[in-house]
Design a protein around this ligand. Structure first.
Ligand SMILES: Cc1cc2nc3c(=O)[nH]c(=O)nc-3n(C[C@H](O)[C@H](O)[C@H](O)COP(=O)(O)OP(=O)(O)OC[C@H]3O[C@@H](n4cnc5c(N)ncnc54)[C@H](O)[C@@H]3O)c2cc1C
Length: 340
């Protein structure tokens, strides 16, 4: 059995990202009877690491510094490399967060090992193996590599998060990181959102709310009501903390400069040529439920849809429940209930 290291950053609030606890489950499965190490870097990393108490971690390494507060290639790569070297584990598991994915290849190169991303499963028969999909979830592959350390980035949502029972943690070992002077060439000045500043993609949300092109189409009175649609969709997103998905038709309209939702980009698109998110529940509104869209829902376990058309795609076995109703009226009512 190999020693396996789960290596993560702390999040902006100085806590462990949920994806790190999911990566820990994968690391534990890979370790089998071998030792499980954990390493955390970032501002407040030592405090964040306390969430690992009672998860079976045998060795805990920490790089805690204000200089590691911001996601920045030079400092993150230096910290992650130093921690992996200190652990010397031949297999390193990291959460597939955007911060970690940015440095994972460089870290593996600095360690003289190899990296694989988008891992959705692990196996141990005959040595460690990683499972991932190719060609937009059409081919599932099992990979083994000779390079060590082998760094595996786990897709968020693919594993159950490890639960901590609060038992004692091994004392954290502080690992010294040689950071490039002044943080390197990149200076973090702040964050700017690509759209209106509305954060609509939330991988950790329980619910995926999908808006389809119907929201911008002519309604019963013969007119489109994009402003009302925007108010209802945003109102629901804010009240429910859901993640916003879209059909291709809706985001393509945005690309053509029509009056559509300001907060919608191609990053919201779900489907064959979009994303395949992993939320527990999904609600599709004003979306027809055509196969190229629904294929992106394959990991969403409980599906519901609101559509005026009783013979839409969702009604043909693609959703658990279809409400044949006007989504404008339904969401108005739902938002009022949420407010109450
Ligand atoms: C190669 C290829 C790849 C593709 N990839 C993707 C992909 O990744 N993702 C994707 O989404 N699509 C993809 N598509 C396009 C896909 O086939 C559909 O065209 C698209 O999903 C349709 O979007 P829609 O359901 O929002 O719009 P529409 O088909 O226009 O449906 C709008 C729906 O809104 C309903 N509606 C209107 N008003 C209301 C109301 N007031 N209340 C309730 N319901 C209402 C209507 O009844 C209708 O069903 C792809 C197509 C191809 C050929």
């Amino acid at each position: 059995m190999d020693t396996v290291l789960m290596l993560t950053h702390a999040d902006a609030e100085g806590a462990l990202p949920r994806a790190a606890l999911e990566a820990l489950t994968a690391a534990r499965a890979l370790a089998g009877g071998g030792a499980l190490h954990a390493a955390v870097f970032g501002k407040g990393a030592a405090k964040a690491a306390r969430a690992l108490a009672g998860t079976g971690v045998a060795r805990l390494l920490v790089a805690d510094s204000d200089d590691l507060a911001d996601a920045r290639y030079a400092t993150d790569a230096a910290a992650a490399t130093a921690l992996a070297k200190a652990s010397a584990a031949p297999v390193v598991v990291v959460p597939g967060t955007s911060r970690m994915l940015r440095v994972v290849a460089g870290v593996a190169e600095r360690l003289g090992g190899g990296a694989d991303t988008h891992v959705t499963g692990v196996e141990t028969d005959g040595g460690p193996a990683a499972v991932r999909w190719y060609y937009r979830q059409r081919i599932e592959a099992r990979l083994r590599r000779k390079e060590r350390p082998w760094v595996l980035a786990i897709d968020p949502g693919a594993f159950t998060a490890a639960t901590a029972d609060g038992a004692a943690l091994p004392e954290a070992e502080a690992v010294a990181v040689t950071l490039p002077e002044g943080g390197g060439r990149t200076r973090v000045e702040g964050f700017r959102s690509p759209t209106s500043g509305e954060q609509t993609i939330r991988p950790d949300a329980q619910l995926l709310f999908v808006a389809g092109a119907g929201w911008t189409k002519k309604q019963a009175d013969g007119k489109p009501h994009p402003e009302k649609a925007e108010e209802l969709v945003l109102g629901f997103m804010r009240a429910a903390g859901a993640s916003l998905g879209s059909s291709k038709s809706l985001v393509d309209q945005a690309g053509e400069g029509q009056k559509v939702f300001r907060f919608m980009t191609h990053l919201n698109q779900v489907g064959q040529t979009g994303a395949t998110p992993r939320h527990a529940k999904g609600l599709a509104t004003c979306c027809h439920g055509e196969e190229p869209h629904v294929v992106g829902w394959r990991f969403v376990r409980e599906r519901r849809a609101v559509n005026l058309d009783a013979s839409c795609g969702w009604a043909r076995g693609k959703a658990d429940v279809v409400y044949v109703a006007d989504a404008f009226a339904v969401m108005e009512k739902v938002n009022a209930l949420l407010k109450g």
